[in-house]
Design a protein around this ligand. Structure first.
Ligand SMILES: Cc1cc2nc3c(=O)[nH]c(=O)nc-3n(C[C@H](O)[C@H](O)[C@H](O)COP(=O)(O)OP(=O)(O)OC[C@H]3O[C@@H](n4cnc5c(N)ncnc54)[C@H](O)[C@@H]3O)c2cc1C
Length: 435
């Protein structure tokens, strides 16, 4: 079957046996390689590290499979969920109706009503807001969903400046930080509006929170790679591409060990790694300037192991008055009893004592006793800062046989798994159109 599709591609294109290299085995590169392999194209996925998944990958700590950073998905991540569901008999995701709990100050739960009524009901029933604040939130959301506000040139702080201080502090600004990983003072109002509309403007399940129940590499990159190999493709780990050399009709990619020639390449590396790869290609110089303008934001995850008998009352809580915005109970999601993951997004200038501070934040909610071990993973360049008018390139480049994929390419969403997979699939489809 794969062979037949391959022949069809070759005949239509005039490229004799096109072979595509995908550079970067993050979620975008895996999505691109899988899409091409399923269309019958010969693919080679080259990943610099020993593990697939990039910024959303498994790491081993204290003999347990953890992640480089605790992730959460939204029901609106349609592309990502479709890919995961295609590869798993049971998807390994725990779906929870949206609820934000920050005891004792605030709680909001959205019932199973048609969108956006569920949000309206959630806001009106929220604890910790008075009626004036609830109505202000409902009115503002209505105008945001109906595009009555032109958010193009605004930051999130400007977009929310008419909202009561308490709503911004408890709801909108924490949502901005966790969704865009960018402080509201510089975050793009347009992208924030896109996220709100994707979560609350469509169907009720779009606002669901989905907690991974597997490590992130097992959730998508590893089964995608297995399928690629099954379809005749190749996946090469520990294969950092050092030089990219386009010649008429082919592209040669050099790694530390060898060099191979391909008909096309999809570059699925993070924006901070793109410039060094494409600098020698004259047609791609403007791209180098675009990504050079990016700045980056950190995300820190602290894993803290308590007594295995300890569990939170819910699988996740929002936290206030400290560096962490959320705490997740990995016992409930991953069966890792007594293990909590604290997350600090937009985490500039984190103090060394941030884990102790996060544990102190938790004391407002629960008393887990003494920690057995603690480990912090700080991803200093977790995502690009999602600011207004960021130059986000398309999947097609000025070079006819070089394409881009990654969470930073042109799209509605901020740097997320959904941006990455959407971009990977789109890049592959754009390339397929050309064959
Ligand atoms: C700590 C943290 C928490 C996050 N939380 C969330 C969340 O809760 N929800 C959410 O949706 N998103 C979250 N994100 C964002 C999400 O992880 C990213 O948007 C997404 O993983 C980006 O995927 P990508 O494929 O575009 O890029 P990457 O994951 O960066 O993949 C690029 C790959 O290219 C490889 N590479 C680089 N250079 C080369 C080379 N020269 N040769 C070969 N390979 C190369 C890298 O090793 C990497 O594997 C989080 C990110 C971090 C870091």
């Amino acid at each position: 079957m794969a062979g037949e599709q391959n022949l069809a591609v070759s005949v239509k294109s005039g490229f004799i046996n096109p072979s595509v290299a995908i550079v970067g085995g993050g979620w975008a590169g895996c999505a691109a390689a899988l899409t091409l392999a399923e269309a019958g194209v010969r693919v080679t996925l080259l990943e610099a590290s020993r593990t697939l998944g990039g910024r959303a990958r498994a790491v081993e700590l204290q003999g347990q499979k953890l992640d480089n950073g605790q992730h959460i998905l939204l029901g609106a991540y349609e592309q990502t969920l479709q890919l995961i569901e295609r590869l798993h008999a049971t998807p390994g995701l725990w779906r929870l109706p949206l609820s934000l709990n920050q005891p004792p100050d605030f709680s909001l739960s959205c019932p199973r009503l048609p969108a956006p009524l569920h949000l309206l009901a959630g806001l009106l029933g929220a604890q910790g807001l008075d009626w004036r604040e609830k109505l202000a939130a409902a009115r503002w959301i209505h105008s945001l969903l109906n595009s009555e506000i032109d958010a193009d040139h605004l930051t999130v702080s400007q977009l929310t400046h008419t909202q009561p201080e308490k709503l911004n502090r408890l709801l909108w600004h924490p949502l901005c930080i966790s969704a865009l990983n960018t402080p509201p003072g510089i975050a793009s109002g347009r992208v924030f509006q896109n996220v709100i509309r994707a979560a609350f403007g469509g169907h009720n399940p779009h606002s669901d929170l989905l907690l991974p129940q597997l490590d992130l590499t097992s959730l998508f990159p590893a089964p995608a790679a297995a399928r690629i190999v099954e379809l005749g493709g190749s996946v090469r780990l520990s294969s950092r591409v050092t030089t990219l050399d386009p010649a008429p009709g082919c592209i040669t990619l050099q790694t530390c060990n060898d060099a191979h020639t391909y008909s096309h390449a999809i570059l699925a590396v993070a924006p901070q790694h793109l410039a060094s790869l494409i600098a020698p290609v004259a047609e791609l110089r403007p791209l180098v300037n675009d990504v050079a303008s990016y700045t980056y934001q950190a995300i820190a995850t602290a894993y803290v192991q308590y007594d295995p008998a300890f569990r939170l009352k819910k699988p996740l809580f929002a936290l206030a008055d400290g560096p962490a915005q959320f705490v997740f109970d990995r016992g409930q999601s991953h069966g890792q009893a007594g293990l909590l993951a604290f997350v600090a997004s937009a985490a500039a200038n984190l103090p060394i004592s941030w884990i102790e501070q996060a544990e102190a934040q938790l004391l407002r909610i629960a008393h887990p006793g003494t920690a057995r071990w603690r480990k912090s993973i700080v991803e200093k360049q977790a995502t690009y800062a999602c600011v207004p008018h960021l130059a986000r390139p398309g999947n097609r480049t000025q070079h006819p046989r070089i394409f881009l994929a990654g969470d930073y390419t042109d799209g509605a969403y901020p740097a997320t798994l959904e941006s990455a997979t959407l971009s990977g699939v789109q890049s592959a489809n754009t390339l397929l159109e050309q064959l």
